[in-house]
Write a protein that binds this ligand. Structure first.
Ligand code: PLP
Length: 210
């Protein structure tokens, strides 16, 4: 896949207060340079090996690196000091690895499973408050937001996003904390996600064409 020709115009349609994280699993470092040249500075990878290759290939560019995929505990220490944001924290075992190996507090989103029956990753939404409560004692975890994926088949994406917004408010009130960000919305549903309050959208396919 290649970066779409009208990428500049496409980017200009995204509201300024929303961070576009380019999901780059479909492309190589060359295409990522093209994205960068067009003003995209936030990149999200979802596999450790691909991330490490691209990180090395692009180390001369001032990229903000996001890890957006499931991160296996045994691979965490390879990436944990190279990324700026983790979108997929979903276990205390992974949090323990971060606590052990990360040098400075890591900006972290907790991945929430809003649709329990379909998604295998993420903290079940009804356990998220407990989970976050446990995280508060970790010095190397700077909780910045909640992240979710929608169910592809479902028509009603808006109510799935709204559920995460509600959960965020409830946790903020009950734990008396501030959770500034919401990472939600992909190529097919980012428009609804923005409408519901996404601060970070993770876009892949829509940035590229064959
Ligand atoms: C690939 C990926 C995306 C982007 O998906 P598209 O449908 O291609 O926009 C977003 N989030 C995660 C975690 C991904 O792996």
């Amino acid at each position: 896949m290649k970066v779409r020709n009208d990428i500049k115009e496409f980017i200009s349609t995204i509201p300024n207060n929303v961070t576009l994280v380019a999901a780059t699993k479909y492309v190589d470092a060359v295409e990522m340079k093209t994205l960068f040249a067009n003003g995209v500075t936030n990149f999200g990878e979802n596999r450790v090996d691909a991330f490490l290759n691209k990180y090395d290939a692009l180390k001369d560019l001032e990229i903000t690196w996001h890890f957006i995929g499931h991160l296996q505990r045994n691979k965490a220490k390879e990436v944990i000091n190279k990324i700026d944001y983790l979108h997929s924290l979903d276990s205390l075992k992974l949090a323990d690895e971060i606590e052990k190996y990360r040098s400075t507090p890591l900006n972290t989103f907790v991945e929430v499973s809003i649709n329990l029956e379909e998604s295998k990753n993420g903290v079940p939404y009804y356990q998220t408050e407990e989970f976050i409560k446990s995280l508060l004692k970790y010095k190397k975890i700077n909780l910045v937001g909640l992240m979710m994926m929608t169910i592809k088949e479902s028509e009603d994406k808006e109510s799935q996003f709204a559920k995460l917004v509600e959960l965020k408010k409830k946790i903020e009130t009950n734990l008396n904390i501030k959770i500034p960000y919401l990472s939600m919305g992909m190529s097919e549903d980012y428009f609804d996600a923005i409408k519901e309050g996404a601060t970070h959208i993770r876009l892949g396919r829509i940035l590229f064409n064959e």
